[in-house]
Ligand binder design. Structure first.
Ligand code: ADP
Ligand code: MG
Length: 273
């Protein structure tokens, strides 16, 4: 048997029902209304508690769609999404136009998402942006929410900018505020979609440093990134998406990024040379 054949077998036979998984995605199908093809035709993977899954793949391969479906921002048309062993979402064919997935509030806040564009409210200051959801949605006391917001700002090095408006901040600072805004809801899983893609190169580091600290603190995360050095450093697991499928996956990120075993991974990683 050649090495290549062995690899293909391990990829296909990899157990996807992971009893210890915090997040389990099984046979996920995603279709957008009017689109000719499904974005995903049945993909499965899991993420254990406290671990970091990095999702890579070419533009248009469905990375953002995957995070959005998991966060409940998009309905799914097949398969299941489970959290802590409980199915929280079951795909229904033909529900493309039903808006976001209908999840109870308590389930929705288990997922925190940070996007490429900061999406901070321009008229609110940093503290106001971070405390809005806990006060309005979770009905937490303002003073208590502000206390926690200050602790989070301290953690990301922005305690002195609590009263600044978003336009007074750099891109890297805004993205760190966006991370605090997600963290204050205590998400079980943090979903990061190319959060440094819109930043000037000198600001990428200050944001990624915060993400590394979160990983060290045991925050479960799904991270979509084009920063391959960062991905290599932070990943516990990696999946490579292409053509609606997971075309490679690894629980050995060091090997995946330095000595990829499949042609698809080699080809993809070469595009960063
Ligand atoms: P990536 O984040 O990997 O670049 P996306 O998840 O944004 O990929 O897109 C995956 C595919 O789904 C692409 O073909 C894209 O054109 C399509 N797509 C993304 N969002 C929508 C949408 N809201 N409606 C229809 N098609 C979409
Ligand atoms: Mg995307």
């Amino acid at each position: 048997m050649t090495e290549q054949t062995v690899q293909v077998e391990t990829v296909q036979n990899r157990q996807t029902d992971d009893a210890a998984a915090m997040l389990q995605v099984t046979d996920l199908v995603k279709h957008y209304a009017g689109a000719e093809h499904n974005v995903f035709d049945g993909i499965s993977f899991s993420v254990p508690k406290g671990k970091v899954l990095v999702i890579v793949g070419p533009s248009g391969s469905g990375k953002s769609t995957l995070l959005r479906t998991i966060a409940g921002l998009e309905p799914i048309q097949g398969g299941t999404i489970s959290l802590d062993g409980q199915v929280i979402e079951t795909g229904k064919p033909g529900n493309e136009n039903s808006g976001r997935a209908k999840r109870p509030e308590a389930l929705r806040t288990k997922f925190g998402m940070v996007f490429q564009s900061y999406e901070l409210f321009p008229n609110k200051d940093v503290l106001g942006n971070i405390t809005m959801a806990p006060i309005l949605v979770q009905k937490r006391k303002k003073a208590e929410a502000e206390r926690e917001a200050m602790q989070l700002l301290e953690r990301v090095g922005l305690a002195d900018r609590a009263h600044a408006k978003p336009h007074e901040l750099s891109g890297g600072q805004r993205q760190r505020v966006a991370i605090c805004r997600a963290l204050i809801l205590h998400p079980e899983i943090l979903l990061l979609d190319e959060i440094t893609a819109a930043l000037d190169p000198e600001m990428v580091h200050e944001v990624l440093e915060v993400v590394v600290e979160l990983a060290d603190a045991g925050q479960t995360m799904l991270i979509v990134t084009h920063e391959m050095q960062f991905a290599r450093a932070i990943a516990d697991r990696v999946i490579l998406l292409a053509d609606g499928k997971i075309v490679d996956r690894s629980t050995d990120p060091e090997q995946f990024f330095t000595d990829p075993q499949t042609e698809r991974a080699k080809e993809f990683l070469h595009s960063f040379d």
